[in-house]
Design a protein around this ligand. Structure first.
Ligand code: PMP
Length: 417
């Protein structure tokens, strides 16, 4: 018998047999409240009937059009529909399959368009596991250790992670922008810097929203030096943060938006969007892929956009996110081990800290395991795995949020004992 490679590390002990809405069911029929949503993918919930129907219809019509060989209607319709939700001016879309591929597509676009080689990323970010994307990833050494040599030309600037620095937000922003200016003056000259790439909320790195003043500072510097400002919205897009795009909280204008995860309710699909002018500077045919813009994935994305609009999921994400954040903060106020609770919309993280101020990984792990035993699935994030995150489907209702919070309170109590 063949064995599954030990490379696979599983965060929960669950064997998922079936999914419906915010629940997963194992073979024995046990229900789990799924506050992982396939790492923020199934925004419309597991197997939303409208998405299922659209995908089934497409499977019976055309599975694989291959977009560099023939064009197909689901892709063309999706480009139109994305135009309705993309930030103004980002009117040109290119497709791939995964977040990593889309990050690489954005990085290559920025390099080709500017003729510059360097990229500046921000400490603690996760941009993917392919070589280029892994070179831009600094949420943990496990994504790069043993893979050398990785891609060159990447400089890591500080991210204003105020809580871990032990500073207030304004101080953290001032520090991070000053360090960025220092990097532009000492390591990566503006005329050699193609792009800034940043997540609007540090995802795998610990659910830390990027302060508005910091994103504004990046925008200013991008404008001053002709640097392409890339927002990696792979985890934050499609309503996750309570606005359609995470960067809308800061009201800034990106040059490129990278999207994946929530775009197609679980079908592999990703994309980048930029202005036609910027996209026209890329070299036609230099990017592509056999499976990009798969017809079934595009049909599922169209149905996903319908559900987000018709069920007002962005609004629900904001309302349920506020309820979840408030509840998680209430629980944290009773447990000294949770030092910070933060997030935007349905992206909520509780950071565990020891009494000496260091990350408390052991308690975070115990709390996650205790929650799973009680039927609530959660993931860890943060560089050390010291943050427990909650990312339920955007269809989650108040009763389910309260049920999850009740389990979370018990899990934290058990883990802290
Ligand atoms: N960017 C961000 C912000 C992500 O959260 C992820 C996945 N966690 C990726 C990129 C990589 O996406 P994928 O795993 O689909 O390659």
């Amino acid at each position: 018998m063949a064995h599954l490679s030990p490379l696979v590390r599983q965060a929960t002990p669950v064997l998922a047999a079936r999914g419906e809405g915010v629940y997963l069911y194992d073979d024995a029929g046990r229900a789990y409240l799924d506050f992982t949503a396939g790492i923020g993918v199934t925004g419309t919930g597991h197997c939303h009937p409208h998405v299922v129907e659209a995908a089934q219809r497409q499977v019976a019509t055309l599975i694989h059009g291959q977009f560099t060989t023939v064009m197909h209607k689901p892709l063309l319709t999706l480009v139109e529909r994305l135009g309705e939700v993309l930030p103004p001016g980002l009117d040109s879309v290119f497709f791939a399959n995964s977040g990593s591929e889309a990050v690489e597509a954005a990085m290559r676009l920025a390099r080709q368009a500017t003729g510059r080689s360097n990229v500046i990323v921000f400490h603690g970010s996760f941009h993917g596991r392919t070589v280029g994307a892994a070179s831009m990833t600094t949420s943990g050494t496990k994504f790069r250790a043993g893979f050398a040599p990785i891609m060159g030309g990447v400089t890591v600037a500080p991210f204003p992670y105020a809580y871990r620095y032990g500073w207030d937000e304004a101080t953290a922003v001032r520090f991070a922008l000053r360090e960025l200016d220092y990097i532009l003056a000492t390591i990566s000259a503006p005329r050699e810097t193609a792009a800034f790439v940043i997540e609007p909320v540090l995802g795998e790195g610990g659910y830390v929203p990027a302060p508005k003043a910091f994103l504004e500072g990046l925008r200013e510097r991008a404008d001053a030096h002709g640097i392409v400002f890339v927002l990696d919205e792979v985890q934050t897009g499609f309503g996750r943060t309570g606005k359609f795009w995470g960067h809308q909280h800061a009201d800034i204008r990106p040059d490129v938006v990278v999207m994946a995860k929530g775009i197609a309710s679980g079908f592999p699909l990703s994309a980048i969007a930029a202005s036609s002018e910027l996209m026209a500077k890329a070299w036609p045919g230099s990017q592509g892929g056999t499976y990009g813009a798969n017809a079934v994935a595009c049909a599922a994305a169209l149905a996903t956009l319908d559900v987000i609009r018709d069920e007002k999921l962005v609004e629900n994400s904001a309302a349920m996110g506020a309820r979840l954040l408030e509840g998680a903060r209430r629980i944290a106020s009773e447990h000294a081990r949770i030092g910070d609770v933060r997030g935007l919309g349905l992206m909520v993280g509780s950071e565990f800290t020891r009494s000496d101020g260091e990350p408390d990984v052991a308690t975070a792990q115990r709390a996650q395991a205790a929650a799973a035993e009680r039927g609530l699935l959660l993931l860890l994030c943060g560089t050390w795995g010291q943050v427990v995150r909650m990312i339920p489907a955007l269809v989650v209702n108040a009763k389910q949020v309260d049920e999850a919070l009740a389990i979370w309170a018990e899990a934290v109590r058990e883990a802290s004992a």
